[in-house]
Ligand binder design. Structure first.
Ligand SMILES: N[C@@H](CCC(=O)N[C@@H](CS)C(=O)NCC(=O)O)C(=O)O
Length: 207
């Protein structure tokens, strides 16, 4: 059987997709690369994805899919039993889409922009200032998510892929304990993801 090929990197956003593929029991192989390092792996990544970003997914038919939200929506269609998204007529679907896009459109880039502040042509002092102000901004963005989070999952009784984003992104800057201090509801949801042992094993490997 053909498999998905997930191009990713330890601890990065590709872990969100690895969790989704695992939950869907979709066949995949993981190719971990140092995505920011110049070299043949990065050259290949840039050929597949002009942004040079992970996750990048090669589908069983050879098509390339990038953008984690697009990958999640594709997997939800291909593997409905995984319940990655509320179904089409579920009233929670609109809020799912709203907050999925908020997380990938507003919060995720703030992390990506701060990963390598040198790329913005700033001197050392300004890189530090830039990173600090991104960190403040990111906290204000997550606060909006915390305010609307339900329990035990973000959408309430039903799991969705948003919970996978929380389980991964709480490990990024400012770090897990600081995140828990600011966002106890989101951290509790992230903890619940580890009730699934297969998902827990992936999270434990990387964080
Ligand atoms: N919108 C993309 C963002 C992906 C992204 O920013 N990935 C980071 C790693 S976590 C990356 O590849 N950064 C390298 C770069 O942007 O040059 C998604 O949701 O998949």
């Amino acid at each position: 059987m053909s498999k998905y090929v997930l191009i990713g990197s330890a601890g990065s956003g590709s872990v969100i997709i690895e969790l989704a593929l695992t939950r869907a029991q979709a066949p995949y192989v993981l190719e971990q690369i140092p995505y920011l390092e110049p070299g043949p792996d990065r050259e290949r990544l840039l050929e597949l994805n002009p942004l040079g970003q992970v996750p990048t997914l090669i589908m069983p038919n050879g098509d390339v899919l990038t953008e984690s939200a697009a990958i999640i929506l594709h997997l939800a269609d291909a593997y409905p039993d995984a319940e990655l998204t509320p179904s089409g007529n579920d009233p929670r679907r609109s809020q799912f889409l709203r907050w999925l896009l908020y997380i990938v459109g507003a919060i995720y880039p703030v992390s990506t922009f701060g990963d390598d502040p040198a790329r913005w042509d700033l001197d050392d002092d300004n890189q530090k200032l830039f990173r600090k102000s991104l960190e403040r901004y990111r906290l204000s963005l997550w606060k909006n998510v915390e305010e609307v989070a339900d329990a035990p999952w973000f959408l309430g009784e039903n799991f969705s892929a948003i919970d996978l984003y929380l389980a991964v992104m709480r490990n990024w800057r400012p770090g897990r304990s600081e995140y828990a201090r600011h966002f106890p509801k989101l951290s509790a949801i992230a903890d619940n993801v580890s009730d699934d042992l297969a998902l827990a094993a992936i999270l434990k490997r990387d964080y």
